[in-house]
Design a protein around this ligand. Structure first.
Ligand code: PXP
Length: 245
């Protein structure tokens, strides 16, 4: 059975919308763990649009499960990872103008650079995973440069419909088996939802699913009416039952 890594970047997105102290991703990581998360994933982006350095340092101290740090393959990020020592680093491509990670890494093209970073992290005892599209050549190159793990991009499976979706599912199944045959361990993620996760979770050989957007959306759906109820009760009954001050 695949384990669940919860991506909490969107918590930081809400905080950064106001540049304030709430909601704090550190608190929400603990809540995700209480809910059964097997790991916490955060992406420290070069432009710091959501997760901040402080979050990653604190999460390293407070996460009880596993901390997966997603980052670009840059010197700056490698030096931060070497200081923080997360449980795992997932290397992802990063473009400033993108809304979220759009595609997998081109491991073939950036083999030498990725190899060097994987080695540096490995020397410090940090395993690396490469976020790749489910393409055999990318997996071959990932194994060649000794990435212990790959995370297969499930975005095309998530966005396609009907036959095309079934084709993408078959590709993910097949490439999982290929990756395993190269000695790679396999995670998967991106675009997974409450509606589409089961078929991916059933694939033999996938160890962890990294899921963010849909879980944070669901948290808003199941939490909003309670939050409104609490605010309403303070307005109707000022001070009588204010447990927030
Ligand atoms: N895996 C990687 C490498 C990602 O970049 C993201 C998005 O931050 C996810 C998984 C989670 O994707 P989603 O938010 O669509 O569940």
């Amino acid at each position: 059975m695949a384990s669940l890594g919860v991506n909490i970047d969107h918590i930081a997105n809400v905080r950064e919308a106001r540049k304030t102290f709430e909601p704090d991703p550190v608190t929400f990581a603990l809540l995700a763990e209480l809910g059964g998360a097997d790991g916490i994933t955060v992406h420290l982006r070069e432009d710091r649009r959501h997760i901040q350095d402080r979050d990653v340092y604190l999460l390293k101290e407070t996460v009880h499960t596993r901390l997966n740090l997603e980052m670009a393959a840059t010197e700056e990020m490698t030096s931060i990872a070497l200081k923080i020592k997360p449980t795992m680093v997932t290397l992802v491509p990063e473009r400033r103008e993108e809304v979220t990670t759009e595609g997998g890494l081109n491991v073939l093209k950036h083999k030498e650079k990725l190899k060097e970073i994987i080695q540096q992290l490995s020397d410090a005892g940090i395993p690396s995973s490469l976020f790749v599209d489910p393409i055999q050549k990318q997996l071959e190159s990932s194994a060649e440069i000794k990435a212990g793990w790959v995370e297969l991009h499930t975005g095309k499976y998530a966005t396609n419909k009907n036959e095309a979706k079934a084709t993408q599912l078959a590709i993910i199944k097949e490439t999982t088996a290929i990756a395993k045959s190269y000695g790679l361990r396999v995670n998967a993620g991106h675009g997974l939802t409450y509606q589409n996760v089961e078929a991916i979770a059933n694939i033999e050989g996938i160890e962890e699913l990294n899921i963010g957007h849909t879980i944070i959306s669901r948290a808003l759906a199941v939490g909003l009416s309670q939050a409104v109820k609490e605010m309403k009760s303070l307005i109707v009954n000022p001070r009588k039952n204010n447990c927030y001050v």
